[in-house]
Design a protein around this ligand. Structure first.
Ligand SMILES: Nc1ncnc2c1ncn2[C@@H]1O[C@H](COP(=O)(O)OP(=O)(O)OP(=O)(O)O)[C@@H](O)[C@H]1O
Ligand SMILES: [Mg+2]
Length: 220
């Protein structure tokens, strides 16, 4: 049975200024629910812009886009998104608008930290975390909000090879055990072995998609 897509983009056009060049130029793609897809493409091809549009941080000039709600966004640099002094407080911060009871909030934070193996660091100050740990706190924040769709913009760019592998494996496991859907932007071709599929973006258009290992060979 074909499952409904969790992310759908059709004929999307976007420019950062009124008369400017189209950064996304009739872009179309579909990510099925419960799958882990990667988004590849050279610098400036429009990957981060597409994630911004999907998360509602920017509005397209034309075309259609849909993403299962809520959407969680993990930035390349976690220092741009962790705002509270400790791990637990930061994960709880994303729940403020949901008006949960204290015990519900605690449960959500515990569950989310467990999912990324960070329970033991709940009281740790953010400044005393490694880059990979910060990325996992950012992911826990999205999990605590029960996000359906996880958008990750080069989450491993700052990580060493071991931490890189840990993070990509962990996200794959979360996708497969929780029915989440993830779109992961990367320049690191060795991550493609963990993906269900991949898109190649060139000048704002999807020019190739499908088997991640075929795309890895094409780009190697
Ligand atoms: N806030 C912004 N205002 C104006 N132009 C922008 C803005 N953000 C990105 N751009 C431009 O849009 C184009 C696409 O940028 P984008 O950040 O989406 O590329 P990318 O594929 O993520 O590249 P990279 O691999 O370097 O992260 C670039 O030409 C960039 O200069
Ligand atoms: Mg980018």
């Amino acid at each position: 049975m074909q499952t409904a897509p969790a992310i759908r983009v059709a004929d999307l056009c976007f420019s950062w200024s009124d008369q400017g060049k189209l950064v996304l130029d009739h872009c179309s793609l579909v990510v099925p629910k419960g799958e882990f897809w990667m988004l590849l493409g050279t610098n400036g091809s429009g990957k981060s812009t597409l994630l911004r549009l999907l998360s509602g941080l920017a509005v397209p000039q034309s075309g259609m886009l849909e993403a299962g709600q809520p959407v969680g966004f993990v930035f390349q640099n976690p220092d741009h998104q962790l705002v509270m002094p400790t791990v637990g407080a930061d994960v709880a911060f994303g729940l403020v608008s949901e008006k949960l009871s204290l015990s519900e909030t605690r449960l959500r934070v515990e569950e989310a930290l467990q999912a990324v193996n960070l329970v033991h660091l709940e009281r740790r100050p953010i400044y005393a975390l490694s880059g990979g740990q910060k990325q996992r706190v950012a992911i826990a924040g999205a999990l605590a909000r029960h996000c359906e769709v996880l958008l990750l913009d080069e989450p491993t760019a700052l990580l060493d090879p071991d931490s890189q592998r840990d993070l990509v494996e962990q996200v794959r496991r979360l996708v497969k055990t929780r029915g989440l859907t993830a779109l992961w932007v990367t320049h690191r071709l060795n991550e493609l072995e963990f993906a269900d599929g991949a898109f190649l973006l060139e000048q704002g258009q999807v020019v190739d998609q499908g088997d991640p290992l075929r795309l890895r060979e094409r780009l190697a």
